[in-house]
Write a new protein. Structure first.
Lengths: 159, 195
């Protein structure tokens, strides 16, 4: 194929690819190896959902967990068969910062936001979100109204 | 000053490559400036670079190939003016069209010697991406000066050869290298290419 000149800066490349990006930032209290495993579990849960929803998990679900001094660990999921890949080591800490970014193809953004928040709830960790990409407050009843396509409202278990 | 753009799909290994190249440039005694951009309003790559001891300039809330085109240019001008690096490494989002970033660098007037676009391809998910998004993949490869087929450690040598053959017939004018950034295989070859 040739390098044709197709530069059109008005076209949004994310839309062009059919991509969506959803993220949250916040703090986890009482971080330890178990908490890290639970976050990994949440990323897997999201990845599996994307796979079912879009027909193939194509994208990157990743999480950075860090201390103020920059020490931290990164969790990456790009391929379900590989599972979550862990980079770095973070010792147990009272409070750590974290951010999760899901950038994937061919899923509904609103549904993905819900999935992410539900998956975090399912960890039962003490999480405080400072930046949820959700446009409205999320609670057990969700409150998104009739237009919400989140399929998890009723069958979702809050153990 | 040389500018390198590390382009390629989500999760193909751009940040891993950036870490590898940064440490190479530091070993060479050259000054590197890093610019990372991520889809959406939340960033993780900046923290990954920081964990390894490198400070990257993060550009959040948009894409440097389209919605943040002017911020990219302003950012590059201030990097060139204030930091005066030997090399700038730019990682666009995995959903960006990297050749646009190349065009934007060219018109930013930062007096760079050359802007080189590296296309990073994930061998493990190659078939999946081609079967679902071949047109997008093709546009991501546009304008690449050379292509790295990354994660060679995850596929058999037969599969790797198949991908290479496919890529060489699609992009006959582009040099192609198979690498594993993770395991370091063939990275010497890549380091030799880096100015
Ligand atoms: N097996 C293997 N894994 C790799 C290799 N290179 C990168 N990875 C892994 O692939 C995952 C994604 O790598 P990143 O470097 O974050 O990919 P990226 O292109 O920066 O991702 P985005 O910024 O989200 O688009 C990480 O878990 C890496 O460790 C490689 O050569 N082999
Ligand atoms: Mg990255």
């Amino acid at each position: 194929m040739t390098d044709k000149n197709t530069t059109d800066f008005n076209e949004n490349s994310m839309d062009y690819a059919g991509g969506v990006a959803v993220g949250v930032t916040g703090y986890i209290t009482n971080f330890n190896a178990d908490a890290q495993a639970r976050i990994s579990g949440a990323l897997m849960e999201i990845g599996k959902w994307i796979d079912e929803e879009s027909g193939a998990f194509l994208g990157h679900v990743k999480c950075g967990i860090y201390l103020e001094n920059g020490d931290g660990v990164t969790l990456n999921l790009t391929n379900l068969e590989n599972g979550v890949e862990v980079h770095g080591i973070l010792e147990p800490a009272e409070k750590v910062g974290f951010s999760i970014l899901c950038a994937v193809l061919d899923v509904d953004k609103h549904e993905l936001e819900h999935m992410l928040l539900h998956a975090l709830e399912d960890t039962f960790l003490d999480i405080e979100l400072t930046k949820g990409s959700h446009s409205h407050k999320h609670d057990d009843h969700c409150g998104c109204g009739d237009n919400c396509k989140c399929g998890n409202h009723h069958e979702h278990h809050h153990h | 000053m040389y500018v390198y753009i590390l382009g390629g799909f989500l999760g193909s290994g751009k940040t891993s490559l950036m870490l590898n190249l940064t440490s190479m440039y530091i070993d060479r005694g050259q000054k590197v400036a890093l610019l990372v951009n991520e889809s959406g309003d939340v960033g993780v790559d900046g923290a990954t670079m920081k964990r390894e001891g490198y400070d990257a300039i993060e550009m959040p809330n948009g894409c440097i190939c389209c919605t943040l085109a002017s911020s990219l240019q302003e950012g590059l001008r201030s990097i060139a003016r204030d930091l005066k690096p030997d090399v700038i490494l730019i990682e666009p989002t995995g959903l960006a069209l990297p050749h646009r970033v190349k065009d934007l660098v060219r018109i930013a007037m930062i007096d760079e010697e050359e802007t080189i676009l590296i296309g990073v391809v994930d061998a493990q998910r190659f078939d999946k991406l081609i079967s679902k998004k071949s047109e997008f993949f093709d546009r991501q490869m546009q304008g690449c000066n050379f292509i790295l087929i990354n994660k060679s450690d995850t596929v058999s040598s037969e599969k790797l050869a198949e991908i290479r053959n496919w890529m060489s017939s699609e992009y006959p004018d582009k040099p192609i290298h198979s690498v594993s950034v993770k395991e370091g295989s063939n990275m010497d070859e890549v380091h030799e290419l880096m100015k």
